[in-house]
Design a protein around this ligand. Structure first.
Ligand SMILES: Cc1cc2nc3c(=O)[nH]c(=O)nc-3n(C[C@H](O)[C@H](O)[C@H](O)COP(=O)(O)O)c2cc1C
Length: 373
């Protein structure tokens, strides 16, 4: 098997050392890849409030007919955050994975990441994403081919198993065998989806076993939680997804906490500013107002977890249909007491999407439609 584009001869070697953290010597922080979320617009908004050390793109789907999706490429080519972006692939075909990885090396990527965690049934049934965790022999082949193709940083994001953790150690040994440069580990099995307890003890076991740095992922809800999880797992850093949608200040707050400083609290007025910025950033020509408001609701489902303990903001926000209605609800809930503190942890029992515990059978990825927190 050869790749159609010999990347190393086109570009020369990529850096093989991981980029340094923003504050030298601190644990790493990364924004978790999230389909339909971690695009150029959202990366810009996040970096306004305090960028993570690393960004990861949502996944590029790889199959015989696939082309690198243009909207995802924008988050690499037009990245103005000043922070590196790793590009994620999902697939199982060796030739086309190598082809796509080689194509990505023509773009300013920090590295190429393989998705071995997506739990959507439509995905894992094709033996890609989390489905790969059932098949260590296939993982061995894929890691080998991608390692050969990517001269610079080659990274993996995975869960601790498919239904059980029977293959966990074996897969970690494959991570070592193929010289993977960074492992992001979501401490749940595929079948545990997004809402079970996170098995940080497995992340600690991975840290002990693999040679590369590990990013701990799963329910890092606040800077204080990040500190706790790092102490428990000894991971090199944290990867944060849904709680960065809820609280885009979280990476700056992590840096404060890692430095032993008090974390700067966020006020409800600042959250109102975030929502307005997100609204502007996610607008584009031809987007109908109703669709834009619906898109905003998907982000605000997470934000609302820290506005009030009764879920009143979420209740009212979900009933809006126009921009004016949406911002009237924001003003009512966020500017009545503008200096009130936005809770740094989600209020207990305030769930992002109470009626959507599991992805529907039709869901072909991890989208905001299907993932709760
Ligand atoms: C809306 C959404 C989309 C996601 N898309 C991806 C993806 O494209 N690639 C991936 O590896 N993980 C994806 N994930 C999983 C996250 O990267 C992360 O592993 C998971 O949400 C657990 O971290 P958290 O508790 O910090 O959110 C997605 C998660 C969410 C909520």
């Amino acid at each position: 098997m050869t790749s159609s584009v010999p990347a190393s001869s086109v570009l020369g070697p990529l850096p093989s050392a991981l980029p340094a953290s923003i504050l030298p010597g601190q644990p790493l922080t990364a924004l978790a890849p999230m389909q339909d979320v971690t695009d150029l617009a959202f990366m810009g908004v996040i970096s306004h409030y305090g960028a993570p050390d690393y960004f990861f793109t949502e996944f590029f789907r790889v199959h015989a007919q696939s082309k690198l999706e243009k909207h995802i490429l924008r988050s690499i080519d037009e990245n103005a955050t000043g922070r590196p972006v790793f590009s994620q692939l999902i697939g199982e075909d060796l030739h086309h994975l190598a082809r796509s990885a080689a194509e990505l090396l023509h773009h300013p990527v920090a590295g190429v990441d393989l998705n071995m965690g997506c739990p959507a049934p439509k995905v894992y049934k094709k033996n890609v994403g989390g489905g790969l965790l059932r098949d260590p022999a296939k993982i061995d082949e894929i890691l080998g081919v991608l390692r050969q193709t990517v001269p610079g940083l080659f990274t993996v994001k995975m869960r601790i198993g498919f239904e059980t953790t029977d293959h966990f150690e074996r897969i970690l040994d494959l991570i070592n065998k193929h010289g993977v440069d960074l492992l992001s580990l979501h401490g749940r099995t595929v079948k545990e989806m997004y809402r079970s307890e996170v098995h940080y003890d497995y992340i600690a076991r991975a840290v002990e076993r693999v040679k590369c740095p590990v990013l701990a992922n799963g329910n890092i809800t606040s800077a204080a939680t990040a500190v706790r999880v790092l102490a428990q797992t000894k991971a090199a850093g944290v990867m944060i997804g849904r709680h960065a949608i809820r609280n885009p200040w979280i990476f700056r707050q992590c840096r404060e906490a890692f430095a032993g400083q008090a974390v700067t609290p966020v006020t409800l007025a600042q959250v109102r500013d975030y929502i307005a910025r997100l609204y502007t950033a996610t607008d584009h020509a031809g987007l109908p107002e109703r669709d834009h408001v619906n898109k905003m609701k998907k982000y605000l489902n997470f934000v609302g977890q820290s506005v009030d303990g009764t879920g009143a903001f979420l209740h009212d926000m979900r009933r809006t249909e126009t921009e004016a209605q949406l911002f009237a609800v924001c003003d009512r809930h966020l500017l009545a007491e503008p200096e009130k503190i936005f809770a740094d942890e989600p209020y207990p029992g305030v769930i992002a999407r109470p009626n959507c515990e599991t992805p529907s059978a039709g869901a072909d990825g991890c989208s905001l439609e299907t993932v709760t927190a």
